[in-house]
Design a protein around this ligand. Sequence first.
Ligand code: A3P
Length: 329
Amino acid sequence: MGQTLSGYMFSVAELYFGWRMRSIMSKVRPEDIRLYETYDYEGIPLALDTLKTTMDELNTFHIRDDDVFIVTYPKAGTTWTQEITSAILHDGDIAQVNKRHTMQRVPFIEMTVGGAVYDDIPRAVQMLPKLPTTSPRFIKSHLPGQLLPPQVWEKKIKMIYVIRNPKDVVVSLFHHGALMTPPGKFSFDFVFDGFLDGTLPYGNWWEHYLYFWERRNEDHILFLRFEDMKKDLRGTVLKISEFLGKSFSDETIDAIMDHCSFQNMKNNPMTNPDTLIQIIHGGKMPEGQSFMRKGQSGSWKAKLSQTQSEALEAQVKEVLAGTGLSFDM
Ligand code: A3P
């Protein structure tokens, strides 16, 4: 009886949460999104939509011992990894996974899209503690390690961190900006220069990476690379499963892999972020654009100029010297 009641409360709360997400997005327009406009928070540039009040609240945010986090620098493969992990946390029950959109299953803790313009948009940081969510909670963040809620480090909760070749990250970042803001608002050169000098939200890509790289051998951290995931998805599913203390039959692993292939995630309205992003565009994605863009390694070749490619390579060489971290560029 108790279980039925809590299950019922969970469904009602989730339905409400889903409805709120959609109704909020229907009033936010691309011109309301403050994606690349920043303020300084403890030395790190953050997007105006990452509200300062949220950041202050995160300082004392209560972390449960079994919380699981996916943390990345934006565009490193967050959505893909979160979908694999979400499927694993659902024990490979894809029908169950598909009941809720990925952005609802995995709250983005610091972000309030449109929050810099509208002050009545509910914030994940406030809603999460009130939701009678199932355990474990699975939470997404792009914050650099030092700005995550301190309890994630004190309690040593499980965190999955993903890196990607910075050349592909910067190109993906540009397209993401183009998807979320009015046409032509940010040029590729603006995004590239900001990426190189660390003025885009979340700061220097390399400091972000290195914070976790230096902690990669701690038991509660799983450090992954987008390029390895592309080469070996099965191996990635196995790695994440083991990290979360799960073991599955070959059929279940196949089902998770199938659910998380690029094409299936693109086709599935519960995994493709376009389902929600299109609401801010009045119900239809701009022609030829999709969050699920290419999903490849090396697509930077079609975008970076020779000068940009060399500048980024020089930076990689300089900032990663002696760290043991490197990229095939
Ligand atoms: P591209 O823009 O290069 O295509 P994030 O989720 O961190 O924002 O990263 C988004 C990037 O991951 C996009 O890269 C997107 O296409 C890619 N991606 C998302 N799902 C994927 C999948 N199932 N397989 C491969 N790439 C995926």
